[in-house]
Design a protein around this ligand. Structure first.
Ligand code: COS
Length: 388
C-alpha cells in the first residue's frame, strides 16, 4: 500500500530517522514520568545536542547545519511523535535563535549562534506579557538608554524555557508613543544584572516544558545587545513568528500521527460484540478522517516550509495556514483517539489522554488560531484589493 511520497533528499531522510530514533528510544519511555513530575527534560536536550539537531536552521559559518524551515519541520514532527512538551522545549530555542539569525550583527552571531547550534545554551523568546497576548503591540516592558547601557523594566509572562534558557530575545518599548514602531529587540543573558525569574506555571498539558515569568528590574545590558535597529522590535517579532509557525504545524502533525497509531493499534485488538472494534464502520470512518486530515496537514506544512526556504519573503498568510490547520486537526484527532480508546483512553495507563491535554496548547501558543485566521483574512483582503 503506497504512502504519499514527499521526495526527501538523503540528508532530510537522515534527519527524520535520527529524530524518530530519539523519540522512540529517549522520549517515549520517559514522557509519562516527565508529565507527572513536570521535570525539565535536560537529559533529552543533551541527546538532541549530541545529534546536532539544535543547529539545523543555523548557517554553517556559525556552527549550524545550514538547513531551513523544512528541515526544522521534519525534525520537530518526529520529536512530537514522542512528546510535544519535550519538542516545544527544543523548538523554543529556535524561536529565541531566529531573531539573531535574521537580524544579528556578525559579532552577535559569532557570540551567540555557535552555542545555540551546539545546544550548549538554550535560547528563548520573550514577547508576551500579562496585558499583551494576542495584542502583541500592547507590551509595557521598557528599555531606556543610559550611557553605554540599555536599562530594561517590566515582566514577560508564559515564556517557554524561562529560567532554564540562557539566551533570551526580548521585545521591549524604546519609544512609548510610536505604537508597534516603538518596540526594539534585545539579547538578554541569564545572569545579567537585574534579570530574574518569577513564578513557574502549573499547566493542563505540556507539563515537562518550563513556562515562567521573566522579571526585569533595572536590568542593565550593554548597548551592543540591541538586535537590528531601534524601532524594529515588533517587525522582528512578527518575522520570527512567521518563520516559526510552520514548525508548530509540524508539531501538530507529529502528535496527530502518534494519536492515530495508538488508535489503530487499539481498535485492531479491542474486541466488543465478538469482533475487533476496527471492523465497525463507526470506528473505521473516524480513523479514515483522522488519517486523511493528518496527510493533508503534513502536505500543507511541507509545501509551506519549502516555499519559505525557496526565498519567498511575504510569508505571513501561508505560515499562518501551516499553523492553523494542523493544530486544529491535532485537537480533533487526539480527542477522537480518546473516544476510540473509550474508558481506557481516559486513563493515564494509555498515552492518548496526555496527547489530548497537550494538543490544546497548539491552538493557543505562537498566536491563537483566531489570530491566524485574522492574519489569513487580512492577507486575502489585501490580495483581492490589488485585483482589478
Ligand atoms: N511581517 C512584517 N511586518 C509585519 C507583520 C509581519 N508578519 N505583521 C505586521 N507587520 C507590520 C505591519 O505592516 C505594520 O507596519 P506599519 O507600521 O509600517 O504599517 C506593523 O507591523 C503593525 O502591524 P499591525 O497593525 O497589523 O499590528 P497589530 O497590532 O494589529 O497586530 C497581529 C497584528 C495581531 C497579527 C500581531 O499582534 C500578532 O501576531 N499577535 C499574536 C502574537 C503572538 O503570536 N503571540 C504568541 C506569543 S510569542 S510565542
Amino acid at each position: 500500500m503506497a504512502n504519499v511520497n514527499y521526495f526527501l533528499t538523503e540528508e532530510q531522510q537522515m534527519i527524520v530517522d535520527l529524530a524518530r530514533q530519539i523519540a522512540q528510544e529517549k522520549i517515549i519511555p520517559v514522557r509519562a514520568k516527565l508529565d507527572e513530575t513536570e521535570e525539565f527534560p535536560w537529559d533529552i536536550m543533551k541527546d538532541l545536542a549530541q545529534a546536532d539537531l539544535f543547529g539545523l536552521y543555523i548557517p554553517e559559518e556559525y556552527g549550524g547545519l545550514g538547513g531551513g524551515c523544512f528541515e526544522n519541520c521534519l525534525a520537530v514532527e518526529q520529536l512530537a511523535y514522542g512528546c510535544i512538551a519535550v519538542t516545544t522545549t527544543f523548538a523554543a530555542s529556535a524561536l529565541g535563535g531566529y531573531p539573531i539569525v535574521m537580524y544579528g550583527s556578525d559579532e552577535q552571531k559569532q557570540k551567540y549562534l555557535p552555542d545555540i547550534a551546539s545546544g550548549a545554551r538554550l535560547a528563548a523568546f520573550g514577547l508576551t506579557e500579562a496585558g499583551a497576548g494576542s495584542d502583541a503591540a500592547a507590551i509595557k516592558t521598557t528599555a531606556v538608554e543610559d550611557g553605554d547601557y540599555w536599562v530594561l523594566n517590566g515582566t514577560k509572562q508564559w515564556i517557554t524555557s524561562g529560567g532554564e534558557a540562557e539566551i533570551y530575545t526580548i521585545i521591549a518599548l524604546t519609544d512609548k508613543n510610536k505604537g508597534p514602531r516603538g518596540a526594539s529587540a534585545f539579547i538578554v543573558e541569564k545572569g545579567d544584572e537585574g534579570f530574574s525569574f518569577g513564578k513557574k506555571e502549573k499547566k493542563m498539558g505540556l507539563r515537562a516544558s518550563a513556562t515562567r515569568e521573566l522579571v526585569f528590574n533595572d536590568c542593565r545590558i550593554p548597548k551592543d545587545r540591541l538586535l537590528g535597529r531601534r524601532g524594529l522590535g515588533f517587525i522582528i517579532a512578527m518575522k520570527t513568528l512567521d518563520l516559526a509557525r510552520p514548525g508548530i504545524g509540524a508539531i501538530g502533525v507529529g502528535l496527530s500521527q502518534a494519536a492515530l497509531d495508538e488508535s489503530v493499534i487499539y481498535a485492531r485488538q479491542r474486541v466488543q460484540f465478538g469482533q475487533p472494534i476496527i471492523s465497525f464502520q463507526a470506528i473505521q470512518h473516524m480513523l479514515a478522517d483522522m488519517a486523511t486530515q493528518i496527510e493533508a496537514a503534513r502536505a500543507l506544512v511541507y509545501a509551506v516550509a519549502r516555499t519559505i526556504d525557496s526565498g519567498e519573503k511575504d510569508i505571513s498568510k501561508i505560515s499562518a495556514m501551516a499553523k492553523l490547520f494542523p493544530t486544529d486537526i491535532a485537537m480533533k484527532v487526539t480527542t477522537d483517539a480518546v473516544q476510540i480508546l473509550g474508558g481506557y483512553g481516559y486513563m493515564k495507563e494509555y498515552p492518548v489522554e496526555k496527547m489530548m491535554r497537550d494538543a490544546k496548547i497548539l491552538q493557543i501558543y505562537e498566536g491563537t488560531n483566531q489570530i491566524q485566521r485574522n492574519v489569513i483574512g487580512q492577507a486575502l483582503n489585501k490580495e483581492y484589493a490589488r485585483r482589478k
